[in-house]
Design a protein around this ligand. Structure first.
Ligand SMILES: N[C@@H](CCC(=O)N[C@@H](CS)C(=O)NCC(=O)O)C(=O)O
Length: 216
């Protein structure tokens, strides 16, 4: 059984939960509370699993594995079921480009440790932090909308009629966008992809509000 270290509100952990559900794979959940005890991700025992002190991580027979995109690709290559990445090399690269535009270029800018640094070391107040998050998420998601429109991909999901890595990254990022009050009204393609995804149990059951460690 996969031991999965996560936190309900972490969008990188949310990605993994969707992927586990789409692949039909069970996991044992280990809660890593990002705020309690000064951040449980920073505890020495957890750092031995993930030296970056970030969630998610999984513990597998071969040892620990970190980075949500690497975990999801490992999962896809190790288990049968819905393919999360397409077989065509060009489309696969397009899907990775879309996923990375979220995981590498949007999400890190509103990560907890970045916001903590802006607040404690650079003296920014909460309203400035919120404006920072809204700015980077809005700009990044507008580019995601443009990417899908430019690709001209048809179908209910980001890349056709099967959900995959692009959708897995998009839905948690849109959840974070809502938390920070980003205006998503000018992103019709992203909104319709999100709606299609959220109709699926694999996405619905992975929602932060339904996790064992959830808080209001
Ligand atoms: N690129 C990493 C990002 C992981 C990450 O940033 N996780 C956040 C939660 S979404 C975290 O653990 N933050 C703790 C902190 O900033 O101290 C991945 O995709 O797994």
């Amino acid at each position: 059984m996969i031991r999965f270290h996560g936190y309900f509100r972490s969008s990188a952990a949310y990605r993994c939960r969707i992927a586990f559900n789409l692949k039909g794979v069970d996991w044992d959940f280990v809660s890593v509370h990002l705020r309690k005890d000064g951040g449980q991700q920073k505890a020495p025992a957890y750092r031995r699993i993930n030296p970056q002190a970030l969630v998610p991580s999984v513990e597998l027979e071969g040892g620990p594995l970190t980075q949500s995109l690497a975990i999801i690709e490992w999962l896809d290559e190790s288990y049968l079921g819905t393919r999360l990445l397409p077989s065509d090399p060009f489309v696969r690269a397009q899907v990775r480009a879309f996923a990375m535009s979220i995981a590498c270029d949007i999400h890190p800018l509103h990560n907890l440790r970045v916001l903590d640094y802006l607040k404690t070391k650079l003296g920014q107040d909460q309203s400035e932090l919120d404006a920072w998050c809204r700015h980077w998420i809005a700009e990044g998601l507008a580019a995601c909308e443009a990417l899908l429109v430019r690709n001209g991909t048809r179908g209910r999901f980001a890349f056709g009629d099967t959900p995959g890595l692009a959708d897995i990254c998009l839905v948690p990022q849109m959840f974070s966008a809502d938390r920070f009050g980003v205006d998503l009204t000018q992103m019709p393609r992203l909104n319709s992809v999100r709606e299609a995804c959220e109709e699926l149990p694999a996405f619905a059951q992975a929602h932060p509000s339904l996790q064992p460690d959830t808080e209001s």
